[in-house]
Write a protein of this length. Structure first.
Length: 430
């Protein structure tokens, strides 16, 4: 879920009059953004709502084997406390088996269990960074990175993902790719790591083999780490297994994932990080991470012991989710074909898609108007740091009937604006 507060490009503490007993790092502007305020008012008024931003899989009508999930938590071993900083072996074996099923050899000794990928990020930032050091984050991407970095006294620095249209003459967009020139220019003496979201949220871009090789070369030469966020790794739309960073040996790499997305179980709070790379660097990183993890020992025993059974739930969940995504994507393409104002960007994986819409007004103004006039809730592109207006982000796991109705209202509204008398027809860049 996106933070309901103002989405700012700079997170400088906003109130110099704040009592000095509180830390500057948490002195964020907590004023709700206009869209969040409008959504709260819309719901409070009891108005109907077509929410095209749904991200919680447990609210999307998927079938779960409730009996098996609850039985997995009923393990007598949970009555014994074993303080293992890396996590109980049962849980780590389950993670290693998951990677083995994908063709990657990951030792349980190279795994650390955490309660969430957010916690895993904090462990890695604490291991790599002194206060004021920098982490490169992709743009567009999920805005949570700003909060995760700043609460650890780390400076987030953006590097762009480029959307190329070199194949447009053939009728197709080329797709997303890392802008390596800009990435290298963003590296300074204080850069400690590059985050790669694989596939990216919300663009759905997977890092390709040439990109991974180039990223390895840059990071190894500059002695900076790779942090690979793979929570959506299993959701490639073409049904293939995208390569994981979990066994990446060419540069120090921290790979993060969890059951929240893989098995659709965010409430279980079960995640992990895998450490790989050159031997000496990997050993030193694991030794330091173990101390950090030992300080908190945050993952509870029932969930760790249940992880082998919980992993079994992923097959059914993933089939249902990918079927939903395919159905909604086909419906979206069908409706897009019937109009000329909007299009969608190339998508390779994940749960979201990016719509290119007329840039007649700001994305936020368009989202506000859609909510007020059509009871359709979408996310404006600037929430994800898109560099210009003309983009909306929608979820593909919304229930099919709601998705179809919401997209229909969205496209009718956007088309009406684009082609209304007096419109400047300022369609977004293509």
């Amino acid at each position: 879920m996106l933070r309901p507060y103002k989405q700012e490009r700079s997170h400088i503490p906003y109130n110099d009059a704040t009592p000095t007993m509180f830390a500057d790092r948490t002195n964020w502007d907590r004023t709700p953004n206009r869209l969040s305020e409008a959504l709260a008012a819309h719901r409070a008024a009891g108005k109907p709502l077509l929410d095209l931003t749904v991200s919680n899989p447990t609210e999307c009508g998927f079938d779960y084997d409730g009996a098996a999930i609850l039985e997995a938590l009923n393990n007598p071993g949970a009555l014994v406390y074993e303080a293992n900083p890396k996590g109980l072996e049962a849980g780590r074996h389950a993670v290693a088996d998951y990677y083995a099923g994908r063709g990657d050899e990951v030792s349980i000794d190279d795994l650390i269990l955490t309660t969430s990928t957010s916690e895993a990020y904090s462990y890695v930032f604490r291991t790599l960074c002194n206060p004021g050091d920098e982490i490169l984050i992709p743009s567009p991407s999920y805005p949570l990175f700003d909060f995760l970095a700043e609460v650890q006294d780390v400076k987030p620095v953006r590097y762009p993902l480029d959307y190329s249209t070199r194949a447009r003459k053939a009728g197709n967009d080329h797709g997303w790719q890392i802008d390596f020139h800009a990435l290298e220019q963003a590296i300074t003496s204080r850069t400690r790591a590059v985050i790669v979201v694989h596939p990216n949220n919300p663009t759905g871009h997977f890092a390709k083999h040439p990109e991974i090789a180039k990223l390895n070369a840059i990071c190894y030469a500059r002695q900076i780490a790779i942090i690979a966020d793979e929570v959506f790794l299993d959701f490639a739309l073409d049904g293939t297994h995208a390569p994981s960073f979990a066994a990446n040996a060419s540069a120090l790499t921290f790979t993060l994932s969890g059951l929240s997305k893989i098995a659709g179980l965010p409430q279980m709070k079960a995640a992990w990080l895998a450490v790989s790379g050159p031997g000496d660097l990997k050993r030193e990183a694991l030794a330091r991470l173990e101390v950090v993890a030992d300080t908190y020992l945050s993952v509870n025993a029932p969930v760790q012991l249940a992880m082998p059974r919980l992993f079994e739930q992923r097959q059914s969940f993933q089939q249902q989710l990918l079927s939903r995504v395919s159905e909604n994507l086909a419906e979206l393409d069908r409706q897009l074909a019937g109009q000329k104002a909007c299009s969608r960007l190339v998508l390779e994986g994940g749960w979201y898609t990016v719509l290119r819409v007329p840039a007649i007004r700001s994305d936020e103004e368009l989202a506000l108007e859609l909510l007020a006039a059509k009871s359709v809730y979408v996310h404006p592109g600037h929430f994800y740091d898109f560099p210009s207006d003309g983009f909306l982000v929608v979820s593909l796991i919304t229930k099919a009937s709601d998705f179809s109705a919401g997209i229909s209202k969205l496209l009718n509204f956007a088309s009406g604006e684009a082609f209304s008398p007096g419109s400047k027809r300022e369609l977004s860049p293509s």
